[in-house]
Design a protein. Structure first.
Length: 260
């Protein structure tokens, strides 16, 4: 009924609990999950989960926050994208939230890494999973410069304005909402969730982070993605089943996966 389009099941909070997580998913009607790669060093573990379970899929990429890790090349990412169950490039993008004393101009290494991912996605013909935080203008600029509309993809864990959402939609991207949409102080984001076209919307947990209300502050997991769908259904005054079907159909279509 639901699909978690973005979770980190290899992170320490979750990696030893896969059987319990899958049981919780089944009980909550969560039919599948995208296991996200954030470093090349992590990829083998991410991919192993996707290969092991029919309803898990994997991405290949390096998160913009990660430093002192193996840098991706277009060739390496394309190679990984050819492997079974790898359906996306990312998580990639720009994050200026923690500059650690640097200027935005000094984050050129992040922008170059992002460009590598976009070029790989175009070459591999796989969608991009985009992370943007305090960097929406530069994120959109890189996507436009690199012709990212040829690959498409999703702005995950969306927290930006409707103007940014429209720009992403104009580039052919989807918008994914996380548990943040349930937070008391997320009124502006809920307004965005009301306006994003239903055929361009995904839902996610970003587990183990950002557990939705009523679990805020606890470890998040894919089974809790239904609370994101419930909030969106409430805001749009639509049946939960309609949100579940639309976001699941969008997931399988975007990542070119045969529905389970």
């Amino acid at each position: 009924m639901f699909v978690d389009s973005h979770c980190h099941l290899t992170f320490p909070e979750l990696h030893g609990r896969i059987d319990a997580i899958r049981a919780d998913m089944a009980a909550a009607g969560v039919d599948g999950a995208m296991v996200i790669c954030t470093t090349l060093e992590e990829f083998a573990r991410v991919h192993a989960l996707a290969v092991r379970f029919d309803n898990f899929w994997a991405s290949a990429g390096v998160h913009p926050d990660n430093e002192d890790v193996e840098e991706p090349s277009v060739e390496r990412l394309v190679e990984l994208a050819r492997l079974p169950k790898v359906v996306a490039i990312g998580e990639t993008g720009l994050d200026y939230y923690r500059l650690n004393g640097r200027t935005r101009e000094q984050m050129h290494w992040q922008r170059e890494r992002f460009r590598v991912h976009v070029r790989a996605a175009r070459q591999a013909r796989k969608p991009l999973i985009v992370h943007t935080r305090s960097a929406s203008d530069d994120t959109l600029a890189v996507l436009r410069d690199e012709g990212a509309q040829e690959a498409g993809g999703v702005f995950h864990c969306f927290t930006e304005t409707m103007d940014v959402a429209r720009a992403a939609l104009d580039l052919g991207f989807h918008i994914s909402f996380s548990g943040i949409v349930t937070f008391k102080n997320a009124g502006e984001l809920r307004e965005v969730a009301k306006k994003v076209p239903l055929d361009r919307m995904l839902i996610e947990t970003d587990a183990p982070y950002l557990a939705p209300v009523p679990y805020r502050g606890k470890t998040n997991e894919p089974g809790l993605v239904r609370y994101v769908a419930e909030e969106i259904a409430r805001q749009r005054n639509l049946p939960l089943a309609q949100i579940a079907k639309a976001t699941s159909d969008n997931f399988f279509r975007l990542f070119q996966i045969r529905a389970i």
